[in-house]
Design a protein around this ligand. Structure first.
Ligand SMILES: Cc1cc2nc3c(=O)[nH]c(=O)nc-3n(C[C@H](O)[C@H](O)[C@H](O)COP(=O)(O)OP(=O)(O)OC[C@H]3O[C@@H](n4cnc5c(N)ncnc54)[C@H](O)[C@@H]3O)c2cc1C
Length: 418
């Protein structure tokens, strides 16, 4: 967004509570690699030029990539500046930070979709002898106690974490709710290549029948493994991980209760995967790629035992750690604008927030299916910066010095909270 605002000569600052790429430095586990291939982190005017376009970036590589982008575009950054509140004024907005205050006419909320790890309320009933760690806090198996681990959640984070913990010698039980199975490679190409080429990732929010539902769909069960292997539930049971259904609750006496829907969940996930691959096949056929990447090589159905357990006594000492890989949500505790819905999410139309001059970035399916990916930021920023520029131009009370630190006279029109 900063690059797009600069292209339009819109004076702005980018406020960041930590260093550039803060979340990648502080909220990811050690072994994580992007699940999107190197070529697929395209930012406005910036792409991958290395010799491994199909590889997957490690966290230090992601940090270096984002740092070099900030440098290349000379982003007007204010790091170590935490936004404490954003409120409306008569002429625009007041952004109060732990450093100084800013007045501006437009604000871009780019503070991230994954600030807070979601943990169900019944986690408080887990016996105190069991350590509880979120996917945001988890770093590596070496930090966990010896003994069994219950990983809750089987999307990208949960499956990757379950895989490495099982391989560390600890017995893993994986609690599986709704998830979307996906092969890493299909017909000789990365699945992300097919989804990009076939336009799946470009699908727009206003073309989707139930966008509220589409915004809640969990991440694809993909991993950026160096050997390009598929990390699905079959791969996990193949190394000894035990599958149970969705964790529905924990009783006062420490019994974990699992939903009886595991087989259905897996069948549904297999079905969704088949539909995605059918769509890719159709596109390949219509666009001359039918012979290019090899034959349609479908994965066998997910293997699930006949009657998976519906309960587990957490007081026996078998489970020493629970990892909550149950999703993330944004933190808007600093937002003093009446723009939140009943669920605490920002009301917006493709990133145009229900408060004039306020914009949102980086959310699931904000404007396109790829909006929450690094690769999706560019197109969304192009669209939203155009809207923002028109807003500034058409504003009836346009001021010249429209955004400035309250103790400074340097004019600036918009503030981007990063
Ligand atoms: C485990 C995990 C794996 C992922 N893997 C991939 C992947 O493989 N490929 C991919 O494309 N995407 C991946 N993503 C999604 C990825 O997070 C987004 O693509 C990308 O980070 C979105 O960038 P952003 O700038 O919108 O949000 P963020 O990267 O979250 O950045 C938000 C920034 O705002 C700052 N901030 C927050 N609140 C304040 C405040 N009050 N004041 C000042 N600053 C504030 C934060 O410090 C942070 O630096 C993954 C996400 C997670 C959680």
């Amino acid at each position: 967004m900063s690059r797009c605002l600069a292209d339009r000569s819109i004076d702005h600052v980018v406020l960041e509570r930590g260093e550039v790429a803060h979340t990648w430095r502080t909220e990811r586990w050690d072994s994580l690699r992007l699940l999107t291939p190197n070529w697929q982190s395209r930012l406005p005017g910036f792409g991958y030029h290395g010799d491994d376009p199909d590889g997957y970036r490690t966290m230090p590589e992601v940090i270096a990539f984002i740092e070099s982008y900030a440098k290349a575009i000379s982003a007007p950054l204010r790091t170590h500046t935490t936004v404490a509140s954003l409120s409306a004024t008569e002429t625009g907005y007041l952004v109060s930070t732990d450093q100084d205050d800013w007045r501006c006419r437009a604000v871009v909320l780019a503070s991230g979709a994954c600030n807070i790890a979601q943990v169900p309320a019944f986690a408080s009933l887990v016996p105190p002898s069991i350590a509880q760690v979120t996917a945001q806090q988890y770093r590596n198996p070496g930090e966990l106690a010896d003994g069994g681990v219950l990983v809750v959640g089987a999307s990208a984070s949960g499956t990757q974490i379950a895989h490495e913990i099982q391989r560390s010698g600890r017995a893993v039980v994986l609690s599986v709710g709704e998830h979307i199975r996906a092969p890493r490679a299909y017909r000789g190409k990365d699945l992300e290549w097919w989804m990009d080429a076939a336009g799946v990732l470009d699908q727009r929010y206003d073309e989707i029948e139930d966008i509220a539902r589409a915004r809640r769909v969990p991440s694809l069960q993909l991993a950026g493994t160096p050997d390009r292997s598929t990390l699905d539930l079959n791969a996990l049971t193949g190394i000894g991980v035990k599958l149970v259904g969705r964790l529905a609750g924990v009783t006062k006496d420490g019994m974990a209760q699992f939903a009886g829907s595991l087989r259905n969940m897996c069948a549904l996930s297999d079905l969704k995967m088949r539909r995605l691959l059918d769509l890719i096949d159709e596109w390949a056929c219509a666009n001359g790629f039918d012979d290019a990447g090899g034959p349609p090589d479908r994965l066998p159905p997910t293997r699930v035992e006949e009657a998976p357990p519906l309960g587990m006594d957490l007081t026996t000492g078998e489970i020493k750690t629970i990892i909550w890989a149950t999703g993330y949500r944004p933190d808007y505790s600093w937002l003093e604008l009446p723009v939140l819905d009943r669920k605490g999410m920002i009301r917006h139309d493709g990133g145009v927030v229900a408060s004039p001059g306020v914009y949102l970035m980086g959310m699931q399916f904000l404007r396109r299916r790829k909006s929450a990916l690094i690769d999706g930021a560019g197109d969304d920023a192009r669209d939203l910066s155009a809207h923002l520029a028109a807003y500034l131009d058409g504003h009836p009370t346009r001021m010249v010095a429209s955004c400035a630190r309250t103790n400074e006279s340097a004019p600036s029109k918009s503030v981007s909270v990063k």
